[in-house]
Design a protein around this ligand. Structure first.
Ligand code: NA7
Length: 545
């Protein structure tokens, strides 16, 4: 059996960066990756139209100044193939492949008492002292629970398992099921060439314009000069984006001023309309209703058929309380003669058939079916691995009614398991959180090396304290009154029908402050085992600091 200091599961951005940092600690590392290449989200999500919603230059890795100057993003919001090329360039520069085993799906990870035994789908087992999960917050894709899904005779794809060779839609009858951020990006692209596109929408989302554009040479030069400021800005904002909430409340200003502000945001690139809005937009019901009415007006202006416009306007949640899909002429798609919108709440899909699908009202014939049906978010990727901690306890069972963590990176009862992008990690502009978490984990491992510590585990009372904080952050947020992956709901997954508290909804700076306090306090929230013996307690100074 092969033994390593650390096993990392996943070769997406977090796994890649963690590998680089662990090598610097002199550790032997093996990364297991189910795909055939690096990139994680950007490896799997090759569906047409996939691209950033974060400004490209705020999304890339920040740790390598040379790479920042070398790499030139071509668009303000880069498309997926470019991002995948970028991540391959990072892998090449750091020669990451030599420590990554591809086509290696991890089936189980069991704590042995001294470390972790990881078993792959091919039956091989590997051991390491540390298990680092780099499995993503949105990577466990889910197909709808509809009868007959295997019976369809044409090609069908989940957006997160898109064929590398691409798909030609020209002249084809295409169905897209799902209208989240992925569905919206897919629909607006497929509508350009499909013979006929039918969109099955169960819940409309509030979508706003991305306003993407090419980066000019002058902009490129300015971006490359401004990286320190760009990343400093991301470090101070709520969700690590370049945008952050306006300090005013909605009703602090006159109706005219409010409208003018919203018009400006609606006409500006990126997430400003969502995360750069008045600071009470997602806590004050009346404020949220006004903002939603403004966006509804925009939808009505853009969609010619009033009954289709009404179908596209969300009625069960306010603007910004679910993930806002960013769009490029998405609403105009529904003015095209080759596009039809079906209300899957009023007339649910009852069955996938060999030739298409049936709803409670009609039978449809299709050449291609696209499932843009999302992910078992936050904890789903953990559930798909049989993770067993101390005394054989199961993470899946421990988290059945919501994750319990310490700063999203440790779980009680799972010694030496460290989670990058685990539940309760600050989300938002994900690579910024990834870099923070990797640095935090690296500092912890450095501390353990320096102090001869073999094992680290979250203290129960520290987990309890963190969970209290997670709960306090969630109080009063309208998003927590709505079903979505934010609140851990996925109707296609057994046991995911009720809302849980698996997402951290405080600010990224507040999240980092907790992490910093733990490190600065000598990790008193953790129980350590010295290399040769019994459990020691840094809080009572039984271990050298
Ligand atoms: P989402 O946002 O979870 O969207 C999934 C969509 O699929 C959503 O519209 C669902 O409707 C729909 N869905 C799921 N199952 C069905 C069935 N059975 N019938 C009809 N419609 C269905 O996933 P995305 O991939 O778009 O985005 C996930 C994140 O990835 C995104 O937020 C970005 O951060 C990146 P529902 O809303 O449940 O009624």
């Amino acid at each position: 059996m092969a033994r390593f200091d650390a096993i990392i599961i996943g070769a997406g951005m977090s796994g890649m960066y963690q590998l680089i940092r662990l090598r610097e600690l002199g550790m032997s590392v093996r990364v297991f990756e189910a795909g055939t290449g690096v990139g994680g989200t950007w490896y799997w999500n090759r569906y047409p139209g996939a691209r950033f919603d974060s400004e490209s230059y705020s999304y890339g890795f920040s740790f390598d100044p040379e790479l920042l100057q070398e790499w030139s993003w071509s668009e303000h919001f880069a498309p997926q193939p470019e991002t995948l090329r970028y991540l391959n360039r990072v892998a090449e520069k750091y020669d990451l492949q030599r420590d990554i085993q591809f086509n290696a799906e991890v089936k189980s990870a069991h704590f042995t008492g001294e470390g972790w035994r990881v078993t792959l789908a091919d039956g091989t087992a590997h051991e390491a002292r540390f298990l680092i999960t780099a499995i993503g917050a949105l990577s466990a894709h889910t197909l709808p629970r509809i009868e007959g899904i295997e019976s369809f005779r044409g090609p069908s794809f989940h957006t997160a398992r898109w064929p590398k060779e691409g798909v030609d839609f020209a002249g084809k009858r295409v169905a897209v099921i799902g209208t989240g951020a992925t569905g919206v990006q897919t629909i607006q692209e497929v509508a350009k060439t499909a013979g006929h596109l039918t969109v099955f929408q169960r819940t409309p989302n509030w979508c706003t314009p991305l306003h993407n554009s090419k980066i000019t040479e002058e902009e490129q030069a300015r971006i490359k000069q401004s990286y320190p400021e760009i990343f400093a800005r991301c470090a101070e904002t709520y969700a690590c984006f370049l945008h952050t909430a306006d300090p005013r409340n909605t009703f602090d200003v006159s109706k005219e001023e409010r409208e003018a502000f919203w018009e400006k945001l609606y006409a500006s690139p990126g997430f400003g309309i969502w995360v750069g809005n008045f600071k009470d937009s997602y806590t004050n019901r009346e404020a949220n209703a006004e903002l939603s009415a403004f966006i509804a007006r925009k939808i009505r202006e853009r969609v010619k058929d009033p009954s289709v416009a009404e179908m596209l306007i969300p009625k069960n949640h306010g603007f910004g309380t679910r993930r806002v899909p960013m769009e490029t002429r998405y609403y105009e798609v529904y003015n095209q003669p080759n596009v039809e919108l079906v209300d899957s709440k009023a007339t649910p899909i009852t069955r996938i058939t060999p030739t298409g699908l049936s709803t409670t009202e009609r039978d449809f014939a299709f050449d291609i079916i696209i499932y843009a049906t999302g992910f078992d978010g936050l904890t789903g990727a953990f559930d798909r691995i049989d993770i067993r901690g101390r005394d054989g306890r199961s993470l899946r069972e421990d988290w059945a009614s919501g994750a319990r963590t310490l700063v999203g990176m440790l779980a009680e009862g799972y010694p030496n398991m460290l989670m990058l992008l685990g539940p309760h990690t600050a989300l938002g502009n994900i690579p910024r959180s990834i870099e923070y978490n990797v640095e935090w984990v690296t500092a912890l491992l450095r501390h353990m090396q320096a102090n001869g510590l073999a094992m680290a585990e979250a203290r129960p009372e520290a987990v309890e304290g963190w969970m209290q904080h997670v709960l306090e952050c969630s109080v009063g947020l309208l998003a927590n009154e709505v079903d979505s992956w934010f609140t851990g709901v996925n109707k296609n997954v057994e046991g995911r029908q009720v809302r849980t508290l698996s997402r951290y909804s405080g600010s990224a700076p507040a999240y980092r402050a907790r992490g910093e306090a733990i490190a600065a306090g000598g990790y008193a929230e953790l129980l350590f085992t010295p290399a040769c013996g019994s459990v020691s307690d840094p809080a009572s100074s039984s271990v050298p600091a």
